[in-house]
Write a protein that binds this ligand. Structure first.
Ligand code: KIV
Length: 338
């Protein structure tokens, strides 16, 4: 995101999102909250939907229907996404980048992610919530990994946990499933391995690595994974995994054959400096935030803050002013002593 104010202004002008732009859209007599409330009303039916569970998702997949997943890190956004009818919300370790501003997901703290997961589930109780297990919360020791996954399920109210794995994690995935923890096995590109590759990378682009990816998928399903998530892999490799898999497959840059798709919400909303080609923005919320902030700055400057909600009744006002007068007199008496 550019910090140059001229460029920012230019960007707003291009998007027609300046104060003037808001007025042109007929929003001048409404607070942004009222605009939002109107939209919420329209999707009331979706808000009151019955719980979307793992069983609902399996039914969709069996019926050949695609499901949609987005990342989400807070209760307010979760409420809106549930109102939209989203099937799955992923509290991704990308929270470390998106919320905390770290350069990659390796820094995302466990406690922080557990707390965010609970917030998302409280905001979207009728939506399937998947929690991402962060770096070093499951790699060092199986018992610790199971306990941490358990925290996501209990404290974090998660419905599923996601782990970045290859077939060497089959034993852990089996233990977790035995413990009653539904595991989403994230295979292919593993962002928690960013330092091993010197940057983000795609998986399965050579015949050898493609076959290795198929083997990872098979091992995870055999170990008891509830779902697979394939990140950044060629479409034909993902297609083969979907063909062979007995569990739902979510794609994140893995082509359209996957049963479900996930992207980072901020990419989709046009709030990121860069987003992958498979997550092109469907909105320009970044620009709208800037426009809304400018409206607020104008209001602060002009003192036009809307109707003031806190008022005194007439009796209290009279008493208040009489008290002030008495204080003024006593104040005058005190002054000469200084
Ligand atoms: O943490 C995350 O956001 C993810 C996805 C984008 C798959 O793991």
């Amino acid at each position: 995101m550019t910090t140059d104010s001229n460029e920012k202004n230019q960007g707003l002008q291009n998007q027609g999102l300046q104060n003037q732009g808001l007025q042109n859209q007929g929003l001048q007599n409404k607070t942004l909250g009222q605009v939002a409330a109107g939209a919420a009303g329209e999707s009331e039916a979706a808000t009151t939907r019955t719980s979307f569970t793992l069983r609902s998702l399996l039914k969709m997949v069996r019926g050949g229907e695609k499901f949609a997943c987005l990342t989400c890190y807070d209760a307010t956004t979760a409420r809106w996404l549930q109102a939209a009818g989203l099937h799955v919300l992923l509290v991704g370790d990308t929270a470390g980048e998106v919320i905390l501003g770290f350069p990659n997901t390796m820094h995302t703290p466990l406690d922080f992610l557990v707390a965010l997961t609970a917030g998302v589930k409280r905001g979207a109780p009728a939506t399937l919530v998947m929690a991402d297990m962060p770096f070093m919360s499951y790699q060092a020791d199986d018992a610790e990994a199971i306990r941490n996954a358990g925290r996501f399920m209990t404290e974090g109210l998660a419905d599923l946990v996601k782990l970045e794995v290859d077939r060497s994690f089959a034993g852990l995935v089996a233990k977790m499933s035995r413990a009653g923890i539904p595991v989403v096995a994230h295979i292919g590109s593993r962002p928690q391995h960013v330092k091993m590759h010197g940057g983000y990378y795609a998986a399965g682009k050579s015949a050898d690595t493609a076959v290795a990816l198929l083997d990872d998928a098979r091992a995870m399903v055999e170990a008891g994974a509830t779902m697979l998530l394939i990140e950044a892999a060629p479409a034909e490799v993902a297609e083969q995994i979907v063909r062979e898999s007995t569990v739902p497959v979510i794609g994140c840059g893995a082509g359209s054959s996957c049963h479900g798709q996930v992207v980072v919400l901020q990419d989709l909303l046009g709030m990121s400096t860069w987003q992958p080609a498979f997550a092109l923005p469907t909105a320009q919320i970044g620009g709208q935030i800037m426009a809304a902030a400018k409206v607020w700055m104008d209001r602060v400057k002009s003192g036009q803050l809307g109707e003031h909600p806190y008022v005194m009744n007439d009796t209290q006002r009279t008493v208040f002013h009489e008290t002030l007068k008495r204080r003024d007199v006593s104040h005058e008496r005190v002054e000469p002593k200084q």
